[in-house]
Design a protein around this ligand. Structure first.
Ligand code: HEC
Length: 198
């Protein structure tokens, strides 16, 4: 089965003429040029919103009040945490716990703000356990700013499994106004007489 040397098949196998290769190369070049100019390229728009790490952060879902919680934790550790501990567990016989404490998680923070501003002394029951000490330092003596105290209280009401509404700076200031002139620690008798909002 020898094909005839002059068959059309042999003619088709002949090398492509040089002019055709040049034309194809030019077309290819023009094609890339066109894509470069009209394609998406590396326009930052295409890759938005993730242009860089800082950018990415701004798009990350943030729970409401994350900054307040972070500020509150940092201020708590530097102040109240000296006694009540970073863990909120307090110390046996010395400092009662804030984690799980009913004084911390009461929905109206009127008593909690009073304790924080002036301290508490004498018998107090926390999670069924009786303490009888004096809270000698407080937000007033420690010079904690109102907005920092609001952040601290919001933090301790939502840390360690505690679940209570945030405390805002207006609530702190309102209690400050109501208790103007107070210097000594509260007793639980006085605290229990404070009317609470439901
Ligand atoms: C110098 C140590 C000390 C510091 C600082 C301190 N406390 Fe106390 N705190 C105590 C002691 C002691 C008691 C218990 C007082 C008693 O027996 O009547 C107490 C009681 C409490 C109570 C009521 C009981 C409980 O465990 O829930 C709360 C709430 C509280 N403190 C919150 C705070 C907050 C908020 C701060 C920071 C603004 C703070 N404390 C700073 C020592 C401290």
């Amino acid at each position: 089965m020898n094909p005839e040397p002059s068959s059309p098949l042999n003619q088709e196998e002949a090398p492509a003429p040089m002019w055709l290769i040049v034309v194809f190369s030019l077309l290819l070049y023009a094609g890339f040029l066109y894509l470069d100019q009209n394609g998406g390229g590396f326009s930052p728009q295409v890759y938005a919103p993730y242009r860089d790490l800082a950018d990415l952060k701004t798009y990350q879902p943030s729970r409401g009040g994350d900054d307040i919680i972070r500020l509150g934790e940092q201020r708590y550790v530097a102040t109240c945490g000296q006694c009540h501990q970073a863990s909120g567990l307090g110390a046996v016989g010395q400092f009662p716990p804030l984690a799980g404490s009913e004084w911390v998680t009461e929905s109206d923070p009127a008593r909690l703000i009073r304790i924080s501003l002036h301290g508490v002394q004498g018998p107090i029951t926390v999670k069924g356990q009786e303490w009888n000490l004096v809270m000698s330092l407080n937000a007033t003596s420690l010079g904690i700013a109102d907005k920092d105290l609001a952040a601290i209280l919001t933090y301790i009401r939502q840390a360690w499994g505690n679940k209570a509404p945030a405390v805002n700076v207006e609530q702190v200031q309102a209690v400050k106004d109501e208790t103007k002139g107070r210097a000594v620690q509260w007793t639980t008798g006085e605290l229990n007489a404070v009317p609470l909002k439901k």
